[in-house]
Ligand binder design. Structure first.
Ligand code: UTP
Length: 298
């Protein structure tokens, strides 16, 4: 059995420029999907995979993330006085245990690879998970849990992948596959960021969930700049692939890219429709809205 995956890094130091002005004072990760911030879904996914310690790599203006995962003393006392048992219970179940989160600052948004490198001392010499918090994965079983199961079977570095239409591969990081491991898993022989149209080695995009060995930190410490002048995680993963095995997992579920407006809004609709009572109120409104342009087009 390979070393267990106990820790996860959530990089939250990006500027979220695609959501300005909303993200001027509120971090992108705190925008809400129905009734909870995006980052709560990602922390829940990590905890459901057995993660014991979460490392947030933050930047300025992100202190509210630490507050969200802390005890809200005055609020909880007031809820107690008012006998709001259900709300109290909800806050309690969503809060990580004391001492199971760490916060470190990236200081400058030099790229995803640099953000991960900032967590090196807190992670130490053990394999760990990375969850990009602007990607929410809606699934029966936590996506990271599915990856941990594959990691326990193979001991490989694991990357979650999802099918995209062939004509969209140029927008994503795409993996090149080797031998099949199972129905949903294959060895990875290469990766390419945003391949030119028609040149993608597969139609499987990298989805923002990784399990990596700690040797990645040695490679990241070179601070080599890649695409866009940023320190890219993909470049160091490619270098690690020369010495270690990588496997892809086509997880069961689907992702919502909440870093884009369309992805964020569709996640809101998908999660809202899952709540029976909310769906009852929302569906007629959605039908009404959709009917308008259809009628106008006639
Ligand atoms: P993105 O580039 O998608 O996020 O990075 P962003 O920069 O916040 O958003 P836009 O493009 O300006 O709207 C993907 C993830 O990596 C983190 C981001 O917080 C996000 O979760 N990241 C990116 C860092 O933590 N540090 C960086 O230097 C870059």
């Amino acid at each position: 059995m390979p070393k267990p995956i106990r820790k996860a890094v959530l990089p939250v130091a990006g500027l979220g420029t695609r959501f300005l002005p909303a993200t001027k004072a509120v971090p992108k990760e705190m925008l809400t999907i129905v009734d909870r911030p995006i980052i709560q879904y990602v922390v829940d996914e990590a905890r459901a995979a057995g993660i014991e310690h979460i490392v947030f790599v933050t930047g300025r203006n992100k202190t509210v993330i630490a507050d969200h995962f802390d005890r809200a003393y005055e609020l909880e006392e007031t809820l107690k006085r008012r006998n709001k048992e259900e709300a109290l219970k909800l806050l309690e179940t969503l809060r990580p245990n004391a001492g199971s989160t760490s916060f470190t600052r990236q200081q400058e948004p030099l790229g995803l690879g640099h953000a991960i490198w900032c967590a090196r001392d807190i992670i130490g010499p053990e394999p760990f998970a990375i969850l990009l918090p602007d990607m929410i994965i809606k699934s029966q079983t936590s996506c990271l849990k599915q990856m941990v199961d594959l990691y326990n079977d193979t001991g490989a570095n694991i990357i979650a992948v999802e099918e995209v239409p062939e004509d969209q591969t140029h927008q994503y990081g795409i993996v090149e596959l080797g031998d099949r491991i199972s129905d949903r898993a294959s060895k990875i022989t290469g990766m390419v960021e945003k391949p030119a149209p028609g040149t993608a080695p597969s139609n499987l995009m990298i989805t923002g969930r990784y399990i990596l060995q700690p040797e990645i930190f040695d490679l990241l410490s070179r601070h080599e700049k890649g695409a866009g002048g940023e320190i890219q995680l993909t470049d160091s993963m490619l270098a690690l692939m020369e010495d270690q095995d990588f496997a892809s997992l086509r997880f069961e579920g689907r992702s919502y890219d909440c870093g884009s407006k369309a992805g964020f809004l569709s996640a809101n609709i998908a999660y809202a429709l899952e709540d029976t009572q909310l769906a009852e109120e929302l569906l007629p409104l959605l039908h009404e809205m959709i009917k308008v342009p259809a009628a106008a087009a006639e």
